[in-house]
Design a protein around this ligand. Structure first.
Ligand code: 4NP
Length: 157
């Protein structure tokens, strides 16, 4: 593995596993699975060990992305020793990650949607308490930003 990417949200059961599964799919299609390591985590401990939210998994599967192998974990300091990119879904996740990050972290810590090209939003909104449309919007944003991220990663390989 030459590049490693960690996606982070609050619970690691909706947004970051969606990004994890979609980016994994795109990296596999690009033939880069041996060179890019992907993981996801949540800033909160509530859902450790759980599968992705059933609504996220169903919405992703409808677009051809399988999330069934993913299990939630919590982000921690050790992530900063390992990952080249640590990408937060919203500003609150990013603030929590900054509080956890060592001063000498040299990787890319930022908002995932910085890599989006079509959408102009800064944050992937938390879909947990809303309806199905929220999950579709997460997929739209994540697909867009994964394309931009794939380009960025390609340039560094
Ligand atoms: P996620 O969504 O951060 O995208 O995984 C959430 C999942 C669970 C909760 C909040 C957000 N929760 O409050 O349990």
């Amino acid at each position: 593995m030459t590049i490693s990417v960690l996606f982070v949200c609050l619970g690691n059961i909706c947004r970051s596993p969606t990004a994890h599964g979609i980016f994994e799919h795109k990296i596999r299609e690009a033939g880069l699975s041996e060179q890019v390591e992907i993981d996801s985590a949540g800033t909160a401990a509530w859902h450790i060990g759980k599968s992705p939210d059933a609504r996220s998994a169903a919405a992703a599967l409808q677009r051809g992305y399988d999330l069934s192998h993913l299990r939630a974990r919590q982000s921690d300091e050790a992530d900063f020793e390992h990952y080249d990119y640590i990408l937060a879904m919203d500003e609150s996740n990013l603030m929590d990650l900054r509080a956890l990050s060592p001063a000498n972290y040299r990787g890319h810590l930022g908002l995932f949607l910085e890599f989006a090209r079509t959408f102009n939003e800064r944050e992937v909104p938390d879909p947990y308490y809303g309806g199905n449309q929220g999950f579709e919007h997460v997929l739209d944003l994540v697909e867009d930003a994964c394309e931009g991220l794939l380009n960025d990663v390609r340039q560094r390989l």
